[in-house]
Design a protein around this ligand. Structure first.
Ligand code: ADP
Length: 591
């Protein structure tokens, strides 16, 4: 590509050329005119001189005295610094200030002589063979009785005229040169004057490109430059506004993007990461600063996700899949993939939205497990009842002792079924009410509720000679649902009685601590091994399955307690040591 010339160097040389050419033309024309003028003047002068000689040669021409005429020419020629020649109409030279006339040829062919002989005056510039130099001749006729008697010719060397003209031309040229230098300087200044504001505007445009909007050059120069500067200024203001808007929108999008709970990964068609948000970075344990532009294979080492992305990039519709991540504990992610298209609709990559569905997955598993557990729990008594009914029908009824025994067993199983159903119903009732917007709570006296619960369990406890002690201040008011809290405490007391040897003690204590009301039920029973504690509050979880069945437990008691306490905005904890006893603690928020 041809190298771009600066505007100054595009403007200045033409200016200079135009100035110099103009000066040369003017000088040439002026000197030409001057030469013409000068020659005209000289011709006039020569003619005037010739006329002055007319009267003086009259005497020597009538009759013609060649000697006198020649002498006259020589003396006048010397004084007038010009050549004076007198030619007769025959062409014969009779007098000449420079030469001997007898040696001179006929002058009839000389143009000035020819014109003078015709009656007018003649002027001619030509090379003189006689004197061997260029001369200017002027000839006039000398008339006698209207007849041309002689031609008086006066001439001077042209060299003299040319020397004067050259001198004048030299002066004009010198003047022209000085003017040309001035003109060149002025054109340089004008060019700079023109290009300087453009240079300013260029630098300004460059600063705008760098994002520096504050610098604004002083607006000066022609109307066009000022208009250009104003237009640029307007453009800079608009540009700044637009950039601000784009930045604000980008920040908003980034804020939304980074605060999203769902992970988002966008990749290009080469599977390089275009964008990845906080949630996705956290899911894959990578740093946001390191991922931009890197390939997804380097950043996320999960072959299922990589395959999913490849599938999304080639697919036409939304792709969905659940994957399991095991890098930071087991996490289940639900992936939704879609192709990314630009404004023209061509494919530029893919975007994947990742939902952490670990909790939903867990709940789903719990629900499935729960249904399986309920079925299993119900199946056992039903199978037993069915078996005994069959046995009775097949003849056992005829033996009254057997019949009574079997009926008693059937009754026990029915009671068990009833207990399971009642517990399930109360669990679902508590759950439903909590979901609906909470169980209505009333300020109630805690001591009264606890006393009623103890009374309910008293019969069972007394049968095992177990004493239940209550330590609670009289006037503790807590926001509760009294029947539900009573049921929770009854369940805990029932468990304590069931799991304690005879003649032990159970303590129910109430304390205020860290903004909580703490109700603890402490027994001196067999206690619970550590490995059972994390799952103890799950539905149908039992420490010792066969013993629990014998005791008539449903495995739902503690799950109900947990739900009741949660419905009160509190939580349940347990501490236990095998062989020494257990303490179940209800934490209620203080009113
Ligand atoms: P259930 O209603 O069948 O008693 P729970 O959910 O109340 O079921 O109890 C779950 C398990 O925890 C049972 O296996 C029970 O043996 C055990 N457990 C509950 N409370 C105590 C306690 N105070 N001491 C020892 N074991 C307990």
């Amino acid at each position: 590509m041809a190298r771009k010339k600066r505007l100054l160097w595009q403007l200045y040389p033409p200016y200079l050329v135009i100035t110099v050419v103009a000066m040369v033309v003017v000088t040439w024309y002026a000197s030409r005119s001057l030469r013409h003028f000068f020659l005209d003047q000289t011709a006039g002068d020569l003619k005037a001189r010739a006329h002055l000689l007319e009267s003086q040669i009259q005497d020597h021409l009538d009759p013609i005295d060649e000697k006198e005429l020649d002498a006259f020419c020589k003396s006048v020629g010397k004084r007038a610094s010009s050549r004076v020649t007198i030619v007769l109409p025959s062409g014969k030279v009779v007098g000449d200030s420079e030469q001997d006339p007898s040696t001179m040829d006929s002058h009839l062919d000389r143009p000035e002589v020819m014109q003078a002989l015709r009656g007018g005056s003649g002027v001619s510039i030509r090379y003189s063979r006689t004197l061997s130099k260029a001369m200017m001749y002027a000839g006039i006729p000398f008339k006698k009785h209207d007849q041309v008697a002689a031609v008086i010719r006066v001439s001077i060397p042209v060299d003299d005229i040319d020397a004067v003209i050259r001198n004048i031309q030299l002066r004009i040229a010198m003047g022209g040169l000085i003017i040309a230098v001035f003109a060149a300087l002025i054109s340089l200044l004008v060019s700079r004057q023109l290009t300087l504001p453009i240079e300013h505007i260029r630098r300004w445009a460059e600063s705008i490109t760098r994002g520096e909007f504050q610098f604004r050059p002083p607006v000066s120069g022609s109307e066009e430059i000022t208009a250009l500067s104003d237009a640029m200024n307007q453009m800079a203001v608009e540009l700044r506004k637009r950039i601000d808007t784009i930045m604000r929108q980008r920040n908003e999008i980034e804020a939304v993007f980074s605060s999203m709970v769902e992970g988002v990964i966008a990749v290009d068609t080469e599977e390089r990461i275009i964008s990845l948000n906080n949630a996705a970075a956290e899911m894959f344990g990578c740093h946001l600063s390191e991922v931009q532009g890197r390939s997804i294979q380097e950043v996320v080492r999960n072959t299922v996700l990589q395959r999913f992305l490849r599938e999304t990039l080639t697919s036409r519709k939304t792709v969905e899949k659940d994957i399991v991540l095991s890098s930071h504990g087991e996490r289940v992610l639900n992936l939704h993939g879609n192709v990314l298209c630009d404004a023209e609709g061509s494919r530029i990559g893919a975007v994947v939205v990742l939902n952490d569905i670990t909790r939903i997955h867990k709940l789903e598993n719990i629900r499935r497990e729960f249904v399986a557990n309920v079925s299993h729990e119900i199946k056992t008594p039903i199978t037993a009842i069915r078996g005994f009914v069959e046995t009775l029908r097949n003849g056992a009824m005829r033996n009254p002792d057997d019949a009574r025994r079997f009926l008693a067993i059937i009754e026990k199983h029915v009671e068990r079924l009833q207990a399971i159903i009642e517990d399930l119903l109360s669990l679902s009732r508590i759950e439903q009410e909590s979901e609906k917007g909470g169980i209505p709570l009333f300020k109630s006296n805690l001591r009264d509720v606890l006393k009623t619960a103890i009374q309910v369990c008293d019969l069972k406890a007394t049968a095992k000679k177990i004493g239940i002690e209550l330590t609670c201040e009289e006037d503790i008011l807590v926001k509760i649902d009294p029947p539900l809290l009573e049921q929770a405490v009854v369940n805990l007391l029932d468990n304590a009685v069931k799991n304690s040897e005879a003649e032990r003690k159970i303590r129910v204590e109430v304390a205020r601590k860290d903004g909580e009301i703490i109700i603890s039920v402490r027994d001196q029973g067999r206690g619970i091994a550590k490995e059972h504690l994390p799952r103890l509050f799950e539905r149908f979880y039992r420490v010792d399955r066969s013993r629990n069945r014998q005791q008539g437990g449903t495995g739902l008691g503690l799950a109900i307690v947990k739900h009741i306490i949660q419905a009160h905005g509190g939580h349940l904890t347990v501490e236990s040591e095998p062989g020494k006893g257990s303490t179940f603690t209800i934490h209620l928020p203080r009113t």
